[in-house]
Design a binder for this molecule. Structure first.
Ligand code: F6P
Length: 366
């Protein structure tokens, strides 16, 4: 398919939670599409919602310029827009219906050859389902959680690690002054990559991740032992998805119409409370929350996002579909969406980073 001008036309959307580097990908896809591959580019607003509610803009060269360093996404996003489970009416978000045929028709009406879906696991799963309905899609892996299968790393992760590390550095001095246990709760729903990287980089004394259910007694012993040795403070870095042995993660709420329905939060508070109760050491919690998703991307993320974007444009031009761009070693490759959707890349117990953490005597909660 091509437009009246004879050019191919592609659409771009950003889905799920935002992160630093989204605009750098949009810029990479759009500029390479226009300049290198002579294609037209349409921006879809607010993730898949834009395809249900018909919200699109022409992504011109001017619109794609000057956004490399900007956090957020110029296209807007939401993690509540799933065309396969769309709320029947706004007052009743629990009751959903399948609007995917409407979306398919609209994509045809727009004359899009390919839809570039920049997002995390929820977005890639919807992209895969659309490709099964005959739509050409190319995915770009985004998330600060770094938990997408098929790629060594997602863009946004390095920036979040950097923000979290800086925060842990700052927590250190106040922890030392007050001789407290400071619990720092980071994001990371299913995977502990962010807590593990930032925890190691920030010199955390304990790092608790979803993949290794923790024993609170082990964490308490760490704090007490450190106190006895004269280190009268401890930094506990915890991923929001961490859980005690035999227990569950702390769920804040469930958003039924969302591709990622579970919202976590509160484990840091629980751990601080338990430590104080069991050891008598004053314990405080800092929840970094959405700070980790904001701000300008690091240089690493700008480069990765640009490479992902240019590769996605090339795949669109070549008519390749049902794939996601990925980093493998130093190469940008493409992997089948079928191998990516509905999965999470978790930290394995024998990962070299776990070994490194053990090597510097970090408590991993067991
Ligand atoms: O998946 C990315 C992520 O930042 C998770 O770490 C976190 O659980 C979730 O998004 C939070 O989403 P929301 O924007 O709904 O608070």
């Amino acid at each position: 398919m091509s437009t009246a001008s004879g050019k191919k036309r592609i659409g771009i959307l950003t889905g799920g939670g935002d992160c630093p580097g989204l605009n750098a990908v949009i810029r990479g896809v759009a500029k390479a599409s226009m300049r290198k591959f002579n294609m037209e580019v349409v921006g879809i607003e607010d993730a898949f919602a834009g395809l249900v509610q018909r919200k699109v803009i022409d992504l011109t060269w001017e619109r794609a310029s000057g956004i490399l360093t900007q956090g957020g996404t110029i296209l807007g996003t939401t993690n509540r827009a799933n065309p396969f489970a769309w709320p029947v009416d706004e007052d009743n978000p629990e009751q959903t219906e399948d609007r995917s045929d409407q979306v398919v028709n609209y994509i045809h009406e727009l004359g899009l050859n390919t839809l570039v879906c920049i997002g995390g696991d929820g977005t890639q799963t919807i992209a895969h389902k659309l490709s099964q309905k005959g739509i050409h899609v190319v995915g770009v892996p985004k998330t600060i959680d770094n938990d997408i299968e098929g790629t060594d790393i997602t863009f946004g992760f390095d920036s979040a690690v950097s923000t979290a590390t800086e925060a842990i550095d700052k927590i250190h001095s106040t922890a030392m002054s007050h001789h407290r246990v400071m619990v720092v709760e980071l994001m990371g729903r299913y995977a502990g990559w962010l807590a593990l990287h930032a925890g190691i980089a920030g010199g955390g004394d304990a790092i608790l991740i979803p993949e290794i259910p923790y024993d609170i007694e082990a964490v308490c012993s760490l704090a007490v032992e450190r106190s006895k040795r004269g280190r009268r403070f401890s930094i506990i870095v915890v991923a929001e998805g961490a859980r005690p042995q035999g227990g569950q993660p702390v769920i804040l709420r469930i958003v039924k119409s969302s591709p990622d329905p579970i919202r976590l939060g509160g484990i840091g508070q629980k751990i601080a409370h338990d430590i104080e109760e069991k050891t008598g050491i004053e314990s405080r919690v800092t929840v970094l929350g959405h700070l980790q998703r904001g701000g300008t991307p690091t240089a690493y993320d700008r480069v990765l996002a640009t490479r992902f974007g240019v590769k996605a444009a090339e795949l669109c031009y070549d008519g390749v579909s049902g794939v996601m761009v990925a980093l493998r070693g130093t190469e940008i490759i493409s992997v089948p969406l079928a191998d990516v959707s509905e999965q999470n890349r978790l930290v394995s117990p024998d990962h070299p980073l776990i070994e490194a953490a053990h090597g510097v005597d970090v408590c991993l909660g067991i």
